[in-house]
Design a binder for this molecule. Structure first.
Ligand code: FE2
Length: 313
């Protein structure tokens, strides 16, 4: 069995208010601190089958063009998700299962592009707008009981488990792969950056804050007690941990590396994109109303985030 990162964006960032501000509020943190960002999902080749954990942004999702006020930035395209998948040497027809950690379009974007795949997703996620009209969904009821200190889980294949991890979304899950004595935690967005796990902070993106706290506590307890490789979606530390087989040690954080950003202005398209879910606001689809002219309390129609989570596209 082998786990590979499917890398499709690089040189992004998440500010400390975004990555840490869920419980104490974004104002308590320093917006000038930007942690490295990237976008990657994961592929598990068991030798018998090819299993994906999440499936990127949908093709055609525009890049954001961040400025000094942007709270988060998913990064520059390396390529599309499907190109990144193909570059690993696989064909869409080979994928038999997709384990969807949650609904957001940077995770669910291409689930329709794998004709032979069943999509395993927590049953509480099924009402999500992103998942409507799909015929290959398998609602997961976590019928296999506890997985160590996580109360609800379901075995997907030998050594591969989907674990209920509510909070970021209502039906959020994490995936754990047992391989060569290590526990690879392919966790979707339990944190956006590993620094938040070390510092025990929740991001500002959640459907259920109390559940997100409970999940974070369980994740931290798990990684204290089991040799865990922590593989996130939004930070280069996700694939760096994977490639180095680096076991997370909460008492000895991996050193934070910052990246410099060039905020020089690009030509404005008038489009804005939600940095949380990838929803694109295009004035052409909205009676010509400029994003700037939307009311202050306007929210993302897909994930309900406020205007300040949007970046220029
Ligand atoms: Fe995400």
């Amino acid at each position: 069995m082998v786990i590979k990162a499917v890398k499709f964006r690089e040189h992004g960032f998440y500010t400390q208010p975004f990555a840490f501000g869920g419980e104490e509020g974004p104002d308590k943190f320093d917006s000038n601190i930007r942690y490295r960002g990237s976008m990657q999902n994961y592929l598990i080749d068991t030798g018998d089958e090819v299993i994906l954990v999440d499936t990127g942004f949908p093709a055609g999702t525009p890049e954001e063009s961040p400025d000094e006020t942007s709270l988060g930035y998913t990064g520059k395209d390396i390529c599309s998700y499907m190109e990144a998948f193909a570059a690993l040497g696989y064909k869409p027809e080979q994928v038999t299962k997709i384990l969807l950690t949650h609904k957001h379009s940077d995770h669910s974007g291409e689930i329709k592009s794998f004709p032979n795949a069943k999509v395993y997703v927590g049953k509480d996620e099924l009402a999500a707008a992103e998942l409507q009209g799909l015929t290959n969904l398998v609602p997961v009821e976590y019928t296999d009981g506890a997985y160590y200190n996580f109360p609800e889980s379901q075995k997907i294949a030998d050594g591969i488990f989907l674990i209920k991890a509510k909070g970021h979304t209502y039906g959020n899950s994490i995936v754990i792969v047992e391989l060569d004595g290590l526990f690879y935690m392919l966790h979707g967005d339990i944190t956006y950056v590993d620094e938040a796990l070390y510092e025990n902070k929740l991001s500002v993106v959640f459907d259920d804050l109390a559940a997100a706290r409970e999940t974070m506590d369980r994740v931290r307890e798990f990684v204290k007690n089991h040799p865990t490789v922590y593989c996130g979606t939004h930070t280069p530390q996700g694939y760096e941990n994977l490639e180095a087989k680096r076991v997370i040690d909460l008492d000895n954080p991996v050193e934070t590396v910052f990246e410099e950003f060039d905020f020089s202005k690009k030509e404005a398209t008038g489009k804005y994109i939600c940095s949380v879910c990838g929803y694109v606001y295009d004035p052409a689809d909205n009676d010509g109303i400029a994003f700037e002219d939307l009311p202050d309390d306007w929210r993302c129609p897909l994930c309900n985030q406020p205007k300040e989570k949007f970046n220029k596209a």
